[in-house]
Every structure is written in structure tokens, then in C-alpha cells.
Write a protein that binds this ligand. Structure first.
Ligand code: ADP
Ligand code: 5GP
Length: 186
């Protein structure tokens, strides 16, 4: 029974955009708010976009077993809090995790019933354009994320579902089809 959906893939590929669209047609889907040590971006809110923790707090919470998965990504730490996931599942709601590839692999080990979707960019150049066009990251951060994406893309075949995010409406429909079939099967 699939109650957990993992959307993964390189930064800038469109995961957040796709999840926003998906939740418009499936308002019952809850988004798990992750914890991170990266700096707050303009417009982001603690508890809504992320739980922003400092390094010590993040480490303490790892030691206490508070994460279902966590990873270091481009020099910062990110993780899914167990309490966040359990709260939604406990209320009977399906949950979406928007996480990077190492975390998605951990979820595959610990929750093999979770449905995993890897979002693939049409090309490396398009990925670069999206990261630049989003305007949230400086040149160094973008370069680092693009570098990481090369390794991430190598593991795309390890995932149940792969969708190429070229034309947004088409990709939304593909994701929607995967999620709807799982939700109606439960
Ligand atoms: P991620 O959450 O994977 O880091 P975002 O959802 O923030 O990626 O998308 C990165 C940028 O690419 C955003 O500016 C978004 O509007 C844009 N984008 C997403 N999907 C598409 C698409 N299919 N075609 C063109 N631009 C897109
Ligand atoms: P950003 O800094 O752009 O918000 O996120 C950077 C990367 O970290 C993205 O690929 C995003 O999906 C991923 N990420 C966000 N939250 C988590 C999480 O809880 N765990 C893991 N492993 N990755 C996450």
C-alpha cells in the first residue's frame, strides 16, 4: 500500500514545481517539511519551507534517531524528520517527500513500499538554465549543484519511475497518473 511518495532528482529539475501542481489536484497529499542547515532564502519561512537547524542541533537530532533519512548535499545537511512523516501518516494522509538522491536511496531501503519518482532534466544545459532562471542561488552554488547532478543522474535507473521534465503540462500529467493509480489502489 503506497502512502509515501518520493520525488527526487537534481536541484532545478522542477521537483518543487511538479509537487505544487500535483497537490492542486490531490489536496489530500501532505508535504513533509524537511530539516536543513542551509541558510534561509528570501521569502522562506521556518516550519513552512524547512525547519532551519544549526549544525549542532542537526547532529543532536541525528544522534537521537529523529531522522528517517538524512544526507549531506553540496556542503549542507538535509533530512526528513520522523515526527513529520508519522504525524501525516498517523492522520491517514498520503505524504510526499521532496528529497535528493542519497536520501531517496535510504528510503528505498527502509520503506520499500514507498513509490519513488526520479525527475530527469531534458538536458544538462536545460538544467543549468533552470537553476540560473530560478534566481535563488549564486554562481558558485549553481556550479556546485550542477556538478553534483552528474553523479545523481547516473543513478536514475535505480528508481521505479523516471519522468523527463521537458514540457511541464505533460510531466504533470505523467506524475499525476503515477500517483492517482497508487492512491486509487489503496
Ligand atoms: P527543484 O525543486 O527540482 O529544485 P524547481 O521546481 O524550483 O526545481 O524548478 C526550477 C526552475 O525551473 C523554476 O524556475 C521552475 O519554474 C522551472 N521549471 C520547472 N519545470 C519546468 C518545465 N517543465 N519547463 C520550464 N521550466 C520549468
Ligand atoms: P534546496 O537547498 O534547493 O532547498 O534543496 C537542495 C536539495 O536538497 C534538493 O535536491 C532537495 O530536494 C533536497 N532536499 C530537501 N529536503 C531534503 C531532505 O529532507 N532530505 C534529503 N535527503 N534531501 C532533501
Amino acid at each position: 500500500m503506497a502512502r509515501v511518495f518520493v520525488i527526487t532528482g537534481p536541484s532545478g529539475v522542477g521537483k518543487g514545481t511538479l509537487i505544487r501542481r500535483l497537490r492542486e489536484s490531490h489536496p489530500e497529499l501532505r508535504l513533509s517539511v524537511s530539516a536543513t542547515t542551509r541558510p534561509v532564502r528570501e521569502g522562506e519561512e521556518h516550519g513552512r519551507d524547512y525547519w532551519f537547524l544549526d549544525e549542532d542541533e542537526f547532529t543532536r537530532r541525528i544522534d537521537e534517531g529523529d531522522f528517517v533519512e538524512h544526507a549531506e548535499y553540496a556542503g549542507r545537511r538535509y533530512g526528513t524528520l520522523r515526527e513529520e512523516l508519522d504525524r501525516h501518516l498517523g492522520e491517514g494522509a498520503p505524504v510526499v517527500l521532496e528529497i535528493e538522491v542519497q536520501g531517496a536511496r535510504q528510503i528505498r531501503e527502509t520503506m520499500p513500499e514507498a513509490v519513488q519518482v526520479f525527475v530527469v532534466p531534458p538536458s544538462f544545459e536545460v538544467l543549468r538554465q533552470r537553476l540560473e532562471g530560478r534566481g535563488t542561488d549564486g554562481a558558485d552554488t549553481i556550479a556546485r549543484r550542477l556538478e553534483v547532478s552528474r553523479t545523481e543522474l547516473e543513478s536514475q535507473h535505480q528508481f521505479d519511475h523516471r519522468i523527463i521534465n521537458d514540457e511541464l503540462e505533460k510531466t504533470v500529467a505523467e506524475l499525476e497518473a503515477i500517483v492517482s493509480s497508487q492512491l486509487s489502489a489503496t
